[in-house]
Structure formats: structure tokens, C-alpha cells
Design a protein around this ligand. Structure first.
Ligand code: ASP
Length: 333
């Protein structure tokens, strides 16, 4: 359901999509429990939004989703909403729980092909109805960024991004690092796309912008989720590795190695990799024979990229070649 909450002689129009999570909660004075607030009343909750000379509509997921319950079907729904509303708005702000925000941002970056408008995900550590909430600043700045345009009327940040604690980060570079503090997210291998202080300073050198504007958005909803993550650790046994690498249900395995890409050098491990490779499995991350390197991509981003590429094709050789390409700024060139 779309709620029209503010109309003016609008310069920009923004759709706020509330999916769930802490940001949209307020304490019910009757029993002190947290309840979601009605986003059609968002201007009453966050009067700061009135200052923007833009139209703000809202869309609320029903049911709301705590992000620890997010499934790929939710990404398809979200991508579909943005796709159907794409021509009606200049930008989108997605309110989302923090637990899986990096996964959703990564998935959207691959599923929204040809994106020329901002899709800014944000959330908060404290509910918006609490006095010390970080939710208001996050929301207000996300709206400002989603509506920011250059002198030609093009979006300043036509990317899927995460705004949190005064930093705008490329969505498919983010990872959640902190459940206690306001600065919950990092993009370990890329500086922020923008930083908010007295004003918002955009790092135009790294923001991805189209060479030529005007191409239509293509929503790519197909996802194949047959991916496992194998995290290497001292003491991991051949049986465990074999179950994950050779399992009939996996088409691809992401191997999380020690920081520098080093993994186990023992024969049993190398042999299992070879057997899995011979079975045609897609093995991501290690720079070894038959294994595709994810370079500096985050696990969240590589997972979403595999879902997307495998959804697009049954050809594992094609998926492997695409995995090494920088598709949406997810790896450094
Ligand atoms: N469990 C919540 C979620 O991720 C916490 C939050 O909103 O940050 O949806």
C-alpha cells in the first residue's frame, strides 16, 4: 500500500519502503513493548522530513520482516516494488533491520540492472521512538541523499547504498561489524561514497555513474540459492569439508580462507577441491587451480552475486567467468 504523506510543488519524489527492523519501532506506553509505528504518519514522527521540498510516499511491508528472517523471496519482492515504481520516484529509501542489511543491499545491486536512481538502505540501532535514537538522523540523511541531484537533474548517487552513522557506503561492499554501537557498518575495501557532517560531502571520484543516462531499469529477479559457505578453521575435518564441497544440493561453494587467501595446504583438502571441481561445482574465493577468486569482495556480496549469476544461467563456466568480473563495483579493479 502506498501512502501519500506530503505533497508540494515537488522537486523530487521519494518512496520510503519500510520492510521491518528496529528503526520503525516505538514503545507502546500501555505495556512498554515495542510496536511498529504507522508509516502513513511518518511526518508526525519525523517532522524534520517536512523541511525537504520533496514529495515523500511510504510503502510498508505486510507482514513486517525482522531482518534475521529475510529470505531471497523478500529481495525479489523489494526489487519488484522498486521496478514497478521506478518511473514515479527520483529515489528510494529502504528501511531494513541491520542484521542482514548488507545481504539485501548486495542482492539489490545485482538485481537492479541499469540503475540510475538512488536506492539507499538504512535502519537504526535504537527505535525511532526512543529519545537517543540514531534512526532519525539515519532516515533524514538517507532521504536527503536519495533526493540529491546534480545541475543536470541526474541523481548524485545512482547506486544501491547503505547509509549509517554519518557514512554512505556502497551497498555491496558493506558488512555489519557492530551490534552495540551506532557505527554498525563498514566497507572494508572502499572509502565511503559520502560523509555527513555539517553538510553531506560526496566522494564523486568513486560513485558509479552511467556514461550515458537514459537507459531503462531492468529488474533481474531470478536467483539460484544453491550455495554453501565453507569457513576454514584449525581442526576442520575431511568429513566436514567433503560434506559441504561435494553435497548434492550445492552448485557453488564459497570458501572463506584466512585473511590473505591462504587455506589448508594438506593433500586431502587439495584433493577434495579437485573432486568438487571435476564434478563441475563452482568454487569461489581461493586463488588455486579450478577455484575462482572473489578478490576483495565481501562474503555477503559474493553470495548474492552467485545467487544472481546462477539464477541467470545454468552454464557454470559462464558463472565462473562472470564471478571474476567487477559487475557493480563489488570488487576493486
Ligand atoms: N533484529 C533486527 C533486524 O535486523 C535488528 C535491527 O533492526 O537492527 O531486523
Amino acid at each position: 500500500m502506498i501512502d501519500n504523506t506530503l505533497k508540494s510543488q515537488d522537486k523530487s519524489s521519494i518512496l520510503i519502503i519500510y520492510t521491518g527492523g528496529t528503526i520503525g519501532m516505538r514503545e507502546d506506553p500501555a505495556d512498554q513493548t515495542l510496536k511498529p509505528f504507522d508509516f502513513s504518519q511518518i511526518m508526525e514522527e519525523v517532522p524534520e522530513l517536512r523541511k525537504f521540498a520533496c514529495r515523500i510516499d511510504s510503502y510498508t511491508f505486510d507482514p513486517l520482516i525482522d531482518s534475521s528472517d529475510v529470505e531471497p523471496a523478500m529481495w525479489q519482492e523489494l526489487a519488484g516494488i522498486i521496478g514497478r515504481r521506478y518511473d514515479d520516484y527520483d529515489g528510494f529509501v529502504v528501511l531494513h533491520g541491520t542484521d542482514t542489511m548488507s545481504f539485501t543491499a548486495s542482492a539489490l545491486s545485482f538485481m537492479l540492472d541499469g540503475l540510475e536512481k538512488p536506492v539507499v538502505l538504512t535502519g537504526s540501532q535504537l527505535p525511532i521512538g526512543r529519545p537517543r535514537t540514531d534512526g532519525k538522523e539515519n532516515l533524514v540523511s538517507a532521504v536527503e541523499i536519495a533526493s540529491a541531484k546534480d545541475a543536470d537533474g541526474h541523481a548524485l548517487v545512482p547506486e544501491v547504498a547503505v547509509y549509517f552513522d554519518a557514512r554512505l557506503l556502497r551497498g555491496n561492499r558493506t558488512t555489519k561489524v557492530n551490534a552495540e554501537h551506532f557505527d554498525a557498518f563498514r566497507s572494508p575495501n572502499l572509502p565511503p561514497l559520502a560523509e555527513a557532517g555539517i553538510s553531506i560531502r560526496y566522494n564523486m571520484g568513486i560513485i558509479r555513474r552511467p556514461d550515458r543516462w537514459g537507459s531503462p531499469l531492468k529488474v533481474m529477479p531470478e536467483l539460484d540459492t544453491r550455495v554453501s559457505i565453507l569457513k576454514i578453521h584449525p581442526g576442520i575435518t575431511p568429513q566436514v569439508v567433503s560434506n559441504i564441497l561435494l553435497g548434492a544440493e550445492t552448485r557453488a561453494v564459497i570458501i572463506e580462507t584466512y585473511g590473505s587467501g591462504n587455506a589448508i595446504s594438506k593433500d586431502w583438502f587439495i584433493n577434495l577441491l579437485k573432486v568438487a571441481g571435476d564434478m563441475g561445482k563452482i568454487l569461489g574465493r581461493l586463488k588455486e587451480a579450478g577455484v575462482v577468486s572473489g578478490r576483495d569482495s565481501t562474503t555477503e556480496s559474493m553470495l548474492a552475486k552467485l545467487f544472481h549469476l546462477m539464477g541467470a544461467s545454468r552454464d557454470n563456466a559462464w558463472v565462473k567467468s562472470k564471478l571474476e568480473e567487477n559487475l557493480k563495483g563489488e570488487i576493486s579493479e
